[in-house]
Design a protein around this ligand. Structure first.
Ligand SMILES: *Cc1c(COP(=O)(O)O)cnc(C)c1O
Length: 367
């Protein structure tokens, strides 16, 4: 049996109504900003539970423009997670700021008890990453943010509709940054991103920043960027967004099934599933003994398992200038050696899930 990782060929295999919408859209010529984008932004804000949303051209820019609103300047320090995807760090570096890494815990998110020691006079923002569809402990993080008056931008790119105490990711701080990249839980047909906020001033500022700082055709108020979400992609987003909740729920259901089946294998340990947290499983990750061999075995058996990520950001050549040493982030390092990700998406069949469980069991029996 083959278990693919990417389900994208299935995601839009049955969308004649979307093609009809696109045909109608093309006839309007409304290709930048415009009606469809506004509609999508309103729907997105409503889905997450904020007053406003601003479509931008990527999740990276969603983080970058939010940091720009905060006033981040070259040389500022920004605290973020050591085990994130490159984009978080890229957004920080693009502004000339310095990423200050904090190690994670077994929920794959920043260990909030380690934040305070990293705060200096130069710290100008905290960017928690709600990694894998889990959430950073925002109750604790917001206490720190308040105590030191440091603004927060949530990197919620992997965690659309995740929540703590029913409060959604992206609503715990002034800015929630989401990605609509094809590999994310809610995706369009190209790059895309969106920022949520309930602060009107920030909303107006973000709208200027993403469109060259233009107030209207002839007046440029601030210097900005060309970072609009393509209106064509907003048409795709408008088509998919009614499925957002069911996509999250299906992933949760699949993950619960895996948890139940895999927990009996003593060489596998399931990450903590905190009670008041809703985890949306952008990635389904477990800790595995003899991980490298298990990965090889799965691949041989046709299961496209993955490692997110084998080389942590702080050890990448691009981050050499930070002078970190191997061992500076022990939990991140331990994870890099022991984690494995299995497909867990909404298009996965029960047969495929059972096959994954069977192969993992087989592997440890043979060993
Ligand atoms: C996907 C992702 C982003 C943004 O990526 P884009 O490709 O720019 O949309 C940022 N942070 C994390 C953790 C991500 O997974």
């Amino acid at each position: 049996m083959k278990v693919r990782y990417s389900y994208l060929s299935q995601q839009f295999s049955n969308c004649d109504d979307l093609w009809k919408n696109l045909k109608n859209f093309v006839k309007t010529g409304d290709f930048t900003l415009g009606k469809e984008l506004t509609k999508f932004e309103k729907k997105f804000a409503k889905l997450i539970g904020t007053k406003y949303a601003v479509g931008v051209n990527s999740g990276t820019d969603a983080i970058k423009l939010s940091l720009k609103v905060i006033g981040i300047k070259p040389g500022d320090e920004i605290i973020t997670a050591a085990n994130t995807f490159v984009a978080t760090v890229g957004a920080i570096c693009e502004l000339g700021a310095k990423p200050i890494f904090v190690d994670c815990d077994d929920s794959f998110c920043m260990d909030t008890s380690l934040i305070e020691k990293k705060i200096t006079k130069k710290t100008k923002a905290i960017v928690p990453v709600h990694f894998t569809g889990y959430m950073t402990n925002m109750v604790k993080l917001n206490k720190i943010s308040k105590k030191y008056r440091i603004p927060v931008v949530e990197d919620a790119c992997q965690s659309i509709l995740a929540s703590i105490n029913k409060k959604n990711s992206g609503t715990w701080s002034d800015f929630g940054a989401f990605s609509l990249h094809p590999l994310k839980n809610i995706n369009v047909w190209s790059d895309g991103g969106i920022i949520v906020t309930s602060n009107k001033k920030h909303y107006e500022h973000l709208k200027l920043l993403r469109n060259h700082g233009l107030v209207d055709r002839d007046n440029v108020k601030i210097s900005g960027y060309n970072s609009r979400l393509d209106t064509l992609q907003a048409v795709v987003g408008n088509w998919l967004i009614p499925s957002a909740k069911s996509i999250a729920n299906k992933r949760i259901k699949n993950a619960n099934y895996f948890d139940k089946k895999l927990k009996d294998i003593k060489e596998i340990s399931i990450p903590p599933r905190l009670k008041n947290y809703k985890i949306v499983y952008h990635l389904y990750i477990v800790f595995a003994e003899n991980r490298d061999k298990l990965l090889k075995y799965c691949l041989k058996k046709g299961i496209e398992a993955k490692i997110h990520y084998p080389i942590p950001m702080y050890r990448q050549p691009a981050m050499k200038f930070l002078n970190h040493k191997i061992g500076n982030f022990p939990v991140t390092d331990r994870h890099a050696k022991s984690i494995i990700s299995f497909p867990c998406d909404q298009h996965l069949s029960k047969k495929q899930m059972d096959y994954i469980v069977k192969c993992v069991k087989e592997f440890y029996k043979k060993k």
